[in-house]
Ligand binder design. Structure first.
Ligand code: PLP
Length: 450
């Protein structure tokens, strides 16, 4: 598909020049932006008609692939029936209710109550707001601080950004200063030093325990963690970390909030990763992205029965809500998305295809520029270094990822650069030939830059 030349010109001069996580100055240049104008299956097309593999699944979210007619019909059908109604006060509608029921059925153990929002950031904010409300209702309002981790990405609203580390703008100070504490990064390859992985794990748990002692368990409402840190560079913690952190939280009456915005709905081969992959049942799971595969904006904060019992006890009012909470079209999209995932056994297939993807990407470790290939299944990162022995980064480390990403795009693959890391999180409908194609493009692109 080719846009008319004058349309192209309008795109270069339009007002959409404040984009997410962008160099706003660079955006002003003619032709600085890639205009994605069409998508189908595992591919997207730019406005010049170039077909590319969507190696980042939109933004780790288009799990079932692009352009599914069944999804479009479900959304359109819902809009014809009921375009919008709020879920404030005592209003609900059939799709929001059915979706909450379905999520409760799929999520582990005692996680049976659902609050809807529209983005992962707001799902994370909502979880903390809920826990503040929970502790106020339990007569301990001072139990409100949050433990997060270096390398976390929990979103861009003010609170979610305060839980993110490092925060993303120079000179930024958090409105939530004093509320959030960041524990050590769980990245063994970078942070492990002379320790074995088992020793490093012990050190991480000790850091958690001593932080709790220092701050006081009576002042901490939550520990929030992504099962695998995503935008922090795809960091997997040592095996057993989440289970042990969860045990420490349980022993200290601190709620474990799992940020499964990326990992839920198939990316690691399961509907939810917390229990099936990491062997623990959090008190709250937040999910978004794969919940609708990106066809509509929707997020869910899934909470335990016990939390719900407290926040719903008589004589209290939960003062939190969003106009588009559980939007009918988004709920319809999520229900159909989950139906497709179940019918096509997408999580089950990912256990095989994702493992193959991981294997093919790990083979790139033999290229001189590659320091570490890490991640799991369809959530992978490649870190580039100047010197593999010392793990020293390039002097212009922030430019290496973008250079490799440009070399990939030239060859028909969209990958996401994050400084000296390249992220790959494609749709979950990849087959082996397509995975081989991605691996081939990556090898050529990295070798060109090396
Ligand atoms: N949490 C995690 C783990 C994420 O990766 C993201 C976004 O990438 C968010 C939260 C924020 O989600 P959103 O951009 O929908 O607000």
């Amino acid at each position: 598909m080719t846009l008319m030349p004058d349309t192209r010109q309008i795109l270069d001069q339009d007002a959409h020049l404040i984009q997410s996580f962008a160099d706003l100055d660079a955006l002003k240049a003619q032709g600085a932006r890639t205009v994605i104008s069409k998508a189908k299956g595992a591919h997207v097309w730019d406005s010049d008609g170039n077909k590319m593999i969507d190696g980042i699944g939109g933004l780790w979210c288009v799990n079932i692939g692009h352009g599914r007619d069944e999804m479009i019909e479900a959304i359109a059908g819902q809009l014809r029936e009921l375009d919008y109604y709020s879920t404030f006060y005592n209003f609900t509608h059939p799709k929001a209710a059915a979706l909450a029921e379905k999520i409760a059925q799929l999520s582990p153990g005692h996680l049976n109550k659902v609050f809807f929002s529209n983005s992962g950031s707001v799902a994370n904010d909502s979880a903390i707001r809920m826990l503040h409300h929970y502790n106020i209702r339990k007569g301990r309002p001072e139990k409100r601080q949050v433990l997060s981790r270096i390398g976390a990405y929990h979103g861009s609203t003010y609170l979610a950004m305060a839980m993110t580390q490092p925060s993303n703008s120079v000179g930024w100070t958090s409105a939530a200063d004093g509320l959030v504490h960041h524990l050590r990064s769980p990245h063994f390859w970078r942070e492990g030093g002379e320790m074995s992985e088992a020793e490093f794990l012990d050190a991480l748990i000790l850091d958690l325990e001593t932080s709790i002692d220092r701050i006081g368990a009576g002042n901490i409402c939550a520990f929030i963690a992504e099962p695998i840190q995503g935008a922090g560079g795809v960091i997997t913690a040592p095996a057993g970390y989440h289970r042990r952190a969860w045990e420490v939280c349980q022993a200290n009456d601190i709620k474990y909030v799992a940020d499964e915005v990326v990992t839920a709905f198939g990316r690691l081969g399961h509907m939810f990763a917390s229990q099936d992959v990491f062997g623990m049942t959090p008190d709250i799971i937040n999910t978004a992205k794969g919940l609708t595969s990106g066809y509509q904006p929707l997020a869910a904060t899934i909470v335990s029965d016990e939390i719900h019992d407290v926040i719903s006890a008589p004589d209290g009012y939960f003062l939190h809500g969003l106009t588009y909470s559980g939007h009918p079209a988004a709920a319809a999209a999520a229900l159909t998305n989950i139906e497709i995932m179940e019918r096509e056994q997408i999580p089950e297939r990912v256990r095989t295809t994702g493992a193959y993807f991981e294997k093919r990407l790990r083979e790139l470790s033999d290229i001189e520029l590659v320091g570490e290939v890490r991640g799991s299944h369809f959530m992978m990162g490649i870190e580039f270094v100047k010197d593999r022995a010392t793990k020293e980064s390039h002097p212009d480390a922030a430019q290496v990822g973008p250079k490799v990403a440009r070399a990939c795009q030239k060859r028909g693959l969209i990958a996401r650069p994050l400084g000296n890391v390249l992220i790959l999180s494609p749709t979950l409908i990849m087959d082996e030939p397509m995975i081989d194609e991605i691996a081939g493009i990556l090898r050529d692109a990295i070798t060109e830059v090396a």
